[in-house]
Ligand binder design. Structure first.
Ligand code: NDP
Length: 328
């Protein structure tokens, strides 16, 4: 580890559970990379919905808490036992912690090397939302040619990426969004049709001639779950991957029997990025699609990291589209 590393840095710290006003811009020590870890100077931290759950107290964390697991930047130090990563490397990751900071540590085997063709700030959009969209359509339910797919929040971060990936895999892709502008963004991402929240269940039945869709990817949760489930075809799959509108209440499994022998799953990225090999496979496909132009990133919102509270307010009030990044 080089000796001239800074001792202190700034971080956006959540002091206690509650609203965005609980963020404080504080001076804290720069973390030291342990064996197998690297220290990265942050170019951008990715904003993700999970950090609002951690800030509000919906998910259990210890306060004071520095949120963030996703970020991009330049490696400035490496811990012991790190091969294949060197000081100066441009990297991105979804497997770090405390990335709402000027520096962060991350496991060396879960880093994505960022090609020179991709802007380092934009690269912060890839690891978490990109990998999530990837595992949803490549692993949780493997989307194939001709499948009918429904994705919630089609103008959102995961939403736009998932639409593009499912289209590339040959599916018919339907989505929902809350405003005219957002519906246009979802169409521009490649959706075959986009509905509003009032009647998407009926529309999905209509458009599939009464059959229903092969898979639903629902990240909105409480407000959409029942309607989403009602639109799944016999033996189809309901993938609940988030809770933007709140968590889904306890669920009676008997409902799956009476509604067509359905499958329901509640997946999480950590269990789909278990090994370095799995991360490399997902990242390889994503970077390949970016290089071919099959996939485009939409880093639509940029906030100063010290204004993390405003970024949380924007995400929670549905004011954002695409990816939001926080820049130190
Ligand atoms: P988005 O950019 O999709 O933002 C959330 C969107 O959800 C909003 O823009 C809004 O779109 C929609 N929404 C619907 N109802 C509400 C509500 N009551 N409050 C706020 N938003 C609402 O966020 P992300 O792409 O970061 O995440 C999407 C979902 O994916 C989240 O639920 C997140 O937790 C989940 N996720 C899950 C992962 C996993 O592995 N399980 C990993 C990563 C993300 P509109 O206005 O069009 O309705």
């Amino acid at each position: 580890i080089p000796v001239e590393l800074p001792e202190n840095m700034h971080a956006a710290v959540v002091t206690h559970a509650g609203g965005p006003e609980n963020f404080e811009w504080r001076e804290v020590p720069v973390p030291t990379p342990s064996a197998g870890q690297v220290l990265v100077e942050t170019a951008a931290a990715g904003l993700n919905f999970i950090e609002t759950y951690q800030r509000s107290g919906l998910y259990d964390v210890q306060y004071p808490f520095i949120p963030g697991s996703e970020a991009s930047g330049t490696v400035i130090a490496v811990g012991e036992d790190v091969a294949d990563v060197a000081v100066g490397d441009r990297v991105a990751t979804a497997s770090a912690s405390e990335t709402y900071a000027e520096f962060f540590v991350a496991p060396a085997d879960k880093l994505l090397p960022v090609p020179d063709t991709i802007d380092l700030v934009e690269a912060a959009a890839i690891p978490l939302q990109g990998m999530t969209a990837h595992y949803l359509c490549r692993s949780t339910f493997e989307v194939k040619d001709g499948h009918n797919v429904f994705v919630t929040a089609g103008a959102g971060g995961v939403g736009q990426l998932l639409i593009q990936m499912c289209k590339h895999l040959g599916a018919n892709v339907y989505t929902v969004a809350s405003s005219k502008e957002k519906r246009q963004i979802a169409l521009d991402a490649g959706a075959d049709d986009v509905f509003d929240y009032d009647n998407f269940g009926e529309k999905l039945r209509e458009i599939t001639n009464g059959v229903g869709v092969d898979v639903v990817y629902d990240g909105v949760g409480a407000d959409t779950f029942d309607t989403s489930l009602s639109a799944v075809r016999t033996r189809g799959m309901m993938v609940l991957f988030g809770a933007a509108s709140g968590p889904v209440p306890p669920f009676d499994l008997q409902r799956l029997n009476s509604s067509g022998s359905l499958f329901v799953t509640r997946p999480s990225l950590a269990f789909y990025t278990l090994t370095g090999d799995e991360v490399s496979w997902r990242a390889g496909e994503i970077f390949g699609w970016l290089a071919e132009g099959v996939l485009k990133l939409s880093v639509d919102e940029r906030f100063d990291l010290k204004d993390a509270a405003d970024a949380h307010r924007a995400l929670e009030s549905r004011a954002t589209t695409g990816k939001t990044v926080l820049i130190p």
